[in-house]
Design a protein around this ligand. Sequence first.
Ligand SMILES: Cc1ncc(COP(=O)(O)O)c(C=O)c1O
Length: 445
Amino acid sequence: MSKAYDLIEEDEQYFAKSGRIKYYPLVIDHGYGATLVDVEGKEYIDLLSSASSQNVGHAPKQVSEAIKNQVDKFIHYTPAYMYHEPLVKLAKKLCDITPGDFEKRVTFGLSGSDANDGIVKFARGYTGRPYVISFTNAYHGSTFGALSMSSISLNMRKKYGPLLNGFYHIPFPDKYRGMFEQSQPNTVEEYLAPLKEMFAKYVPADEVACIVVETIQGDGGLLEPVPGYFEALEKLCHEHGILIAVDDIQQGLGRTGTWSSVEHYNFTPDLMTFGKSLAGGLPMSALVGRKEIMESLDAPAHLFTTGANPVSCEAALATLQMIEDEDLLQASTEKGRYVRQRMDQWTKKFSSVGDVRGVGLSIGIDIVSDKAKKTRDNEAALKICNYCFEHGIVIIAVAGNVLRFQPPLVISYEQLDYALDTLEDALTALEHGDLEEYDISGQGW
Ligand SMILES: Cc1ncc(COP(=O)(O)O)c(C=O)c1O
């Protein structure tokens, strides 16, 4: 037995299975840039970035030095009672980079999930209204508030309900497929119809606190919205005094080539959450919002003992500084454009590629068994992932059949070329029936 298999066997004896969506047996020893090295010394190109939490790559010096420096000063003192400079600097920086020409305030947490729970508290607190609306297929996290907003997997709802009261879901305005898996996308008006019906029949619009949005629905399949949807949604929200909150936990901080993915669309959220890559991978989240909303709750309505940990704050400041120093926003845009030149040919070249979509380095490749019907081919997507893994590429599938292409923004052009070559080889092998050997049982979402 290899060291990796021994470790995995031991892992299964101690780590609860609810905490891992299985793909293939990668046991990581260390990483650098966009490269991962497993416990046997084999190198992989990382196209997953630890679920988009390593936008600046693995173990960048700038970030690891900042962490080490702070660890030697003090590891933590809770912001629930005292003050520290790293918190203040980071809160200011986040106010600066978050869209919205208004005064803001920030709270800090430990995971994207808790930041999204914060949205519920502040939106309810400010508006005095109970209801929260989000989108079908959304993934907002694993705490009760974030779970109640999510609607992507029955495993996230089975056996431990009831979840929170007052949550409703509307269809995401998918630009590729229509509602209920129809092959043609719907129009803005059609996508808004279920919300309008809700307002007319069973959810009073003036009792809705907020609508929670992912600009590009990440785990739901890297779905882009039909043009004009968010602008129309914002208009409707303004008419009814409903707040708009954006969960930018996956798409933010350079993933799409901008600080916030909202910058690609023409609307301004009242509340916004960041997480994942914020502190270069250390646990940290932030909720940034309009001052008057964020001042609507009094302590201790939303605080965490180890929130705004100074080590995480320094890691975050170094991460954001590195994004600036190395022009990683621009890099995301340019590298995204570079890979798309090749990938966009795949819909013509391969019968199994239904769609290639996304912005910057947040790209989804939709694997289908019937292009006209846009039938999802989950098995084929998993086989491609396994082939890639065998050939030194780490990639997974979301929404069953969508390959998730989200490498660290520091990935080199040589690595991108190799990743594209390997993906093309995998797609060719799939079409020749050469991927049948892979056992994909138990893998994937
Ligand atoms: C869009 C989005 N929101 C929230 C979360 C939850 O973040 P965390 O796992 O840090 O709680 C995720 C995680 O995948 C996400 O993709």
